[in-house]
Ligand binder design. Structure first.
Ligand code: CP
Ligand code: NVA
Length: 303
């Protein structure tokens, strides 16, 4: 069985924890000399249909640090941009490289890539999910709070791709996930169904202040994801769900603030929270590097 990394609910909790444990170890040993090069001689392609700073740089650096050769492919430069199918692209790239990370406009494209490739496919964000990001978030919580079990996490704002992956994570790790968002911006039904089937502890809230009571982690994301239309309606409906000092004061005193970035100060989060003492967003961004190295090692059966 090829080890794809498309959605957190495709992996067992044991495998997700194995990846996290390995990521902590890779972080601790990053500056040890000599560097282990477990992927020496391999090549890993990255296909981007959308912009990226963190995903692009952390994957490229991570691939090099594991000893492999990274290839950054912008979808419009490939024949994919002129109509060659995902299926044929998958078949051809499978003959050249050992794994592909794809950031895609539509989730169906990474699924099609995985169906037709003979190598592992990693989801580097789609319209539906962002599993690599949530693995970095979980790693950050483990570092700061020591555990994931029994925590309560509050998601505030848009019910987007990042939230869908948080829902899968809540099912896998057993923490409580409270979601404060307007009914028009609720998460994807498929992710909810998978999570409820696995016994996830999820709740929806209209009032962000009540939802924030004593939570251990507060998370938000942009109100306008890539591919969404900027609209006044979005801003009007989502503005009551801004994470500000009052929300953080309702959370537990040790609560962390997380955001996958890029952030929009004054919209989904105030500058005082993003740049404040409870914010762990820079560690969270760094942890993309460590956790994705562990994900690639898992996909290529090195752990
Ligand atoms: N968080 C995240 O995926 O950032 P980029 O869009 O910069 O890759
Ligand atoms: N929800 C955001 C995440 C960016 C990393 C988007 O899809 O644009």
């Amino acid at each position: 069985m090829i080890r794809h990394f498309l959605d957190l609910h495709d992996l067992t909790s044991q495998n997700l924890q194995l990846i996290l444990n390995h990521a902590h170890q890779l972080k601790r040993s990053r500056n040890d000399a000599p560097h282990a090069m477990p992927l020496a001689g391999r090549s890993i392609a990255m296909i981007f249909e959308k912009n990226s700073t963190r995903t692009r740089v952390s994957f490229e650096v991570g691939i090099r640090e594991l000893g492999a050769n990274p290839l950054v492919l912008l979808a419009n430069d490939l024949q994919l941009g002129r109509g060659e199918t995902i299926a044929d692209t998958a078949r051809v790239l499978s003959r050249y490289v050992h794994a592909i990370m794809m950031r895609a406009t539509l989730h169906e494209k990474v699924e099609e890539l995985a169906r037709c490739a003979t190598i592992p496919i990693i989801n580097g964000l789609t319209d539906r999910s962002h599993p690599c990001q949530i693995m970095a978030d979980l790693m950050t919580i483990e570092e700061r709070l020591g555990t994931l079990a029994d925590l309560t996490v509050l998601w505030a704002g848009d019910g987007n791709n990042v939230l869908n992956s948080w829902i899968s994570a809540a099912a896998a790790f057993g923490f409580h996930l409270r979601m404060a968002n307007p009914p028009a911006f609720r998460p994807h039904q498929d992710y909810l169904k998978h999570a409820y089937d696995a016994g996830a502890k999820l709740s929806f809230h209209d009032d962000i202040m009540a939802a924030a009571k004593n939570v251990d982690v507060v998370v938000t994301d942009t109100w306008v994801s890539m591919g969404h239309e900027h609209s006044e309606m979005r801003r009007t409906l989502l503005s009551p769900y801004q994470v500000n000092d009052a929300v953080m004061q309702n959370a537990a005193p040790h609560a962390l603030f997380l955001h996958c970035l890029p952030a929009h100060r004054g919209e989904e989060v105030t500058a005082s929270v993003l740049d404040g003492t409870q914010s762990a967003v820079w560690d969270e961004a760094e942890n993309r590097l460590h956790v994705q190295k562990a994900i690639m090692l898992w996909c290529l059966e090195q752990i």
